[in-house]
Design a protein around this ligand. Sequence first.
Ligand code: HSE
Length: 426
Amino acid sequence: MDSVKVGVVGCGTVGSGVVKILLENGRLIKERTGKEIELTLVADRNVERVRKLGVPEELIVDDGFAVVESDVDIVVELVGGTTVAKDIVRKALENGKHVVSANKALFASFGEELFSIAAKNGVSIRFEASVGGGIPVVKALNEGLIANKVEKILGIINGTANFILTEMTERGISFEEALEVAKEMGYAEANPSLDVDGIDAAHKIAILASIAYGGWITIDDVYVKGIREITPLDVDFAHEFGYKIKLLAVAKPDDGKVEVRVHPAMLPEGHILSSVDGVFNACLIEGDFVGPTLYYGMGAGQKPTASAVVADVADIACGRGSSVPVSLLGRGARIPVKRPGEFVSSFYLRFTAVDKPGVLAKISSILGKFNISIKMALQKSIEFNGGVPVVMTTHEAAFETVKEAIAEIDELDVIVKPTFLCMIEE
Ligand code: HSE
């Protein structure tokens, strides 16, 4: 193909960015690739906002399905969600169009189905922008690290949650206060659940794990816990113990299964991911031959995300469309995943107890009974949720065992609130 016809469906924040890049940098992309990327149609229900971008009138339509039924070679789906977007993507693939999309929820839920349609129709789906915004992390896994077994992926892949935790750490404010700041800055949605409850990061790590381990891992396979329960006290204790709290996405193989999880984690302050602050994203990927590699940048926003979308379009134009995911993931293989109870980690435990003799002895005796070894312990004589905070870190233990022990501890008459626990990623 010397030129490719591209139709954009959905001209919101990212779609507008894609249109702007193609209008502003089209010539540069042609110089670099030798391919003409022809913006052929732009669909949005709100045609006025497309007009404002300077798109010629004859290229504007108000129906995404008109793009799918046209003669474009590539459909760029930027509608989002898993309803209309899914119909558009499916129809585009069935009509023999390549698809580029930033839709993490779509691939983390329906990737297997959509990739098998792509494989049947000999077309590709590319989705760089679905993880890490402008950071080429999908490309790194698919191409640069192709020679490696992936030993571990550790990611900070939700900018909003990372911004909130950074504000809590740097300014000593509560989760609720930091969330308000995130809303004022335009990072968090009015309903911030996808970000703060870990769901957005879970979609993303499901996609990365699927590529890394060569079979579909869906959102339902990911253990997910968000950041709502973190208090300024936990941030302070973490610091005293030498850690920073981050919303971490983890994928790693172990014993024929893959462990895929998203949750707040304590990271040593000297860990390279501990210095990833604010809305920035980073992904640390370890390969068996290459060792650790790091990808850092803006994980959201119009320009970074559009940059990744257009890179995918350029790849397809250059014939690099039939990427690993279609051939590998289109075959419908599933990967066994670990149950959360099987995770093994060190833990931070925050008990809320009455301040009287024998409390520590009662807690530690139950931990001892479950063979959980305490590494550090600290109590502060400050009022906290109707008690005093007693925190401990443990040596490695099975998550299941720790949960059983906590259930028993929380039954003690000296414990006044449910215990909070957080994994420690050493
Ligand atoms: N809401 C996401 C974030 C960006 O805060 O990182 C889109 O995936």
